[in-house]
Design a protein around this ligand. Structure first.
Ligand SMILES: *Cc1c(COP(=O)(O)O)cnc(C)c1O
Length: 457
């Protein structure tokens, strides 16, 4: 299996190089040159546990790591989860919630980032050298990325987050990690500012190479791949092909569901649920992709206007034609809007936007009817699922533990409505962070000062 860029100027890249490259060198995103069709395996896979299923699936995409090593990396990644089978499927009224938040930072991003940390370490051990990971977070990615690489030899991690815009608990999950290789940077700006600084830093290829920068944002193919596993796994738990309802920000999670469907897993529909930042919902209902102003909502991990993984979907929508992707993305970066000229009419997707008021209502109604307490992101999905009452079986992706968002959940329900011992333990720990302006040059200077160079060259 080799990888290529959605923009066509990078091709023939083995998996390990794709992991290290992150964003493709031509500005596109890496995708497999050919997606495997696994339909003849499905019956054999139905009985597998999550970890064995992950091993079977990932081996299709990773040819340059020996099976024994890959198995060990997968075992290590999921040993940190409190759920033996990694994920948990819970009945909540007439839908199922697929809880993906039983990892160390209590959000679904651990599923991918615990694996990515191990992959980085393995590749660096083979090749030597040092990696400076640079990423932006609106909350959950940062702590999950830090948890994936903290204390690992050969890696430093720089996480940019918007000052005052991540919840106090989420900030503590990052800033209380004592390991010396962890650098938390609060940027005076929005999440989109953070993301655009990271993109610009990675776009400077000389800098990227000199400081051997690595990416953990959802542009990294390994993250998508780790997420394909839970769609495939869960789709085989039902007699009838289930629909999945996915709360979406960067289009990473739902794109993994799309890949699973293209590989032949039985998936009836993907219901894409955005919050008030509805650029993706508008695209699927009109074909227009138009950047708006970021709105701060109850589901901050989805307060995103430019969905960094969307380009991968476009690549397939355009029949895997990089020239069309390039033209669309050029339009978008020049003018803030681009269009495919009509509704995409993709039979797999339904898309809907959920307001703050509806998110609150979902939290309230679901608890009242089922006693289940859902976090605000999961609740965006639960509200979207309730708008399609005949689409069943329905699996709503549970992206975070509700105790991570007490500002919303406790305000809608009552104080202490969701708690978790991992979060209780953070209170009173000492924290470290550096505040910087939203300025690329200043951030580069910080990385230059704190990052370690590759000793090998
Ligand atoms: C990151 C995140 C999302 C959005 O996931 P995308 O892959 O960006 O679509 C949703 N909910 C939570 C809790 C998250 O951390």
């Amino acid at each position: 299996m080799k990888y290529m860029s959605t923009r066509g100027n990078v091709r023939g890249i083995p998996f390990k190089d794709a992991v290290m490259m992150g964003l493709a060198d031509d500005g596109g995103l890496l995708v497999p040159e050919v997606l495997p069709d696994v339909r003849d395996q499905l019956e054999a896979w139905r009985g597998l546990g999550y970890i064995d299923f992950a091993k079977a699936l990932l081996s299709y995409f990773i040819e340059d790591i020996t099976p024994a090593t890959l198995d060990r990396l997968i075992d290590d990644a999921y040993a940190s989860f409190s759920e033996k089978d990694v994920v948990r499927l819970v009945e909540v009224g007439d839908v199922s919630v697929l809880e993906l938040f039983h990892g160390p930072t209590l959000a679904f991003k651990d599923v991918a980032l615990q694996l990515l940390g191990g992959l980085f370490t393995h590749i660096l051990e083979e090749r030597g050298g040092h990696l400076n990971i640079v990423g932006a977070t609106s909350g959950d990615t940062g702590s999950a990325a830090i948890a994936g690489v903290r204390g690992r030899a050969g890696i430093d991690i720089f996480i940019l987050f918007p000052l005052g815009r991540v919840s106090p608990l989420q900030e503590l999950q990052m800033t209380t990690v004592p390991d010396a290789n962890v650098h938390c940077v609060a940027i005076e700006g929005s999440f989109d500012d953070c993301q655009s600084i990271v993109k610009t830093v990675f776009g400077d290829l000389e800098f990227k190479q000199a400081y051997s920068l690595g990416a953990v944002n959802s542009v990294n193919w390994a993250r998508v791949l780790a997420q394909v596993v839970y769609y495939g796994y869960t789709s085989l738990k039902f007699d009838e092909a289930p629909a999945f309802c996915v709360p979406t920000g960067n289009f990473g999670n739902v794109f993994a569901g799309y890949v699973a469907s293209r590989m032949g897993f039985p998936i009836q529909k993907l219901v894409l649920a955005t919050n008030e930042n509805d650029i993706l919902a508008r695209f699927f209902n009109s074909g227009e992709y138009t950047r708006g102003e970021v709105r701060f909502t109850h589901s901050p991990a989805m307060d995103i206007q430019v969905a960094s993984n969307f380009e991968r979907y476009l690549f397939y929508w355009f029949g895997e034609d990089p020239a069309k992707v390039r033209a669309f993305m050029d339009d978008f970066s020049r003018t803030g809007k681009a269009s495919i000229g009509r509704r995409p009419e993709d039979p797999l997707f339904l898309a809907t936007a959920v307001t703050n008021g509806d998110t609150e209502q979902a939290i309230r109604v679901v608890r009242k009817q089922t006693a289940y307490v859902a976090d605000p992101h999961t609740s965006v999905g639960l509200m979207a699922a309730s708008r399609h009452p005949t689409l069943r079986p329905m699996v709503c992706i549970g992206t975070a533990h509700p105790a991570k968002f007490p500002e919303v959940v406790d305000a809608v329900l009552e104080p202490g409505s969701a708690v978790h011992p991992v979060l209780e333990a953070l209170r009173g720990k000492s924290a470290r962070r550096t505040v910087l302006p939203a300025d690329v040059a200043v951030v580069k200077g910080f990385i230059r000062d704190r990052g370690r160079m590759t000793s090998a060259n």
